[in-house]
Design a protein. Structure first.
Length: 342
């Protein structure tokens, strides 16, 4: 049964729950004290939606973010709900229930707003699957998935380790989904990125790439940049220690197409997606954040969603992150406002 809590009563409560750095800097010129690394700075965070409800639906469990065509935020929870949020205050504007073809709830994870059509592409980790939905939650299309990427025994994927990240590459013709963890038979830490190309209005299976995570981490989210590179989140959790969350810049453009490689073991001749560390979020200033369980930095939580929301002064990317609180009393639904300079 879902936890029922009381929605924060007014916009003032939302504003009060939004924690700002003292100077309230604009994007593009952060003071050094707000720097997580030379490339990444944090402006502020917000706990405004933590343990709230909207129209009887728990607001949280966020696993995917996207900017809608009207400028609002679309946010998908892994409990089969799609929220519309005010881009400035985060106040919920609407919620749509999601389901599979049989009407069952989804473990919904990744989210893309398909701008040419206004429809939504949503990945589900359970099967795994990627489906296209209308704005009111109707299924319009289900994309094909390679057999090897299906959860065992149908395939070689581990349960709760399939499609987490979802993004559209520049031009709007290629969709990319990131597996969270390695397939059985692949080396630990080598995860597969699957793509689909749009052909005659529908998506068909296309190239696949291999990406190596840091030891013990998985990939919860990936976002495409205008030049074809990717922002990749890597995340892990250690009981009694807390979360590890790192942001990488990755380049799949010269990586080997691995769809015909049965086992990825780091073998010669397979070029992995090249990656460069942008920031370990444990190195960010905590901005006065508090944590409900041990964390290397009290700012951290189970960060799982990411969207590029625009550019600021000096060309820095505005990047919004959100955590999945799992409706757990020792976790927090938290939004993070970053600037990323490439």
């Amino acid at each position: 049964m879902r936890m029922r809590t009381v929605l924060a009563t007014a916009t003032a409560a939302l504003a009060a729950a939004t924690c700002l750095s003292a100077a309230g800097p604009s994007y593009g010129h952060a003071p050094q004290r707000n720097a997580c690394s030379p490339q990444v700075s944090i402006d502020r965070f917000s706990d405004a939606l933590d343990k709230t409800t909207y129209e009887g639906t728990f607001v949280g469990n966020f696993s995917g973010l996207a900017v809608a065509r009207d400028g609002s935020l679309a946010a998908v929870s892994d409990r089969s709900s799609l929220f519309s949020l005010d881009a400035r205050t985060l106040a919920p504007r609407g919620v749509v229930p999601l389901a599979d073809e049989s009407g069952a709830a989804l473990d919904s994870e990744g989210l893309v707003v398909d701008r040419p059509t206004g429809t939504l592409l949503i990945s589900s980790e359970g099967e795994p699957a990627v489906r296209r939905y209308s704005a009111d939650g109707r299924i319009l299309e289900r994309l094909a998935v390679p057999d090897a990427l299906r959860v065992a025994p149908a395939g070689r994927a581990v349960s709760n380790g399939t499609f987490e990240g979802l993004t559209m590459l520049p031009g709007g013709r290629t969709l990319l989904a990131a597996m969270e963890y390695a397939l059985s038979g692949d080396a630990a830490g080598i995860v597969r990125f699957q793509t689909w190309d749009r052909r005659h209005g529908a998506f068909a299976l296309s190239a696949q790439y291999a990406y190596r995570t840091d030891t013990g981490l998985g990939v919860p989210e990936v976002q495409a940049l205008p030049d074809g590179r990717l922002l990749v989140l890597e995340r892990g959790f250690t009981s009694g220690v807390g979360n590890t969350v790192r942001l990488y810049l990755a380049d799949p453009r010269r990586a080997t197409d691995t769809r015909s490689v049965e086992n990825l073991t780091g073998q010669h001749g397979v070029r992995l997606v090249k990656k460069t560390l942008l920031a370990d979020l444990a190195d960010c200033p905590d901005l006065g954040a508090t944590a409900k369980q041990p964390q290397p930095n009290p700012l951290l939580d189970n960060i799982e969603a990411m969207a590029v929301t625009g550019r600021g002064k000096g060309g820095a990317l505005k990047v919004l992150l959100a955590s999945d609180d799992n409706q757990n009393s020792v976790q927090t639904t938290r939004f993070y406002y970053l600037r990323v300079r490439l």
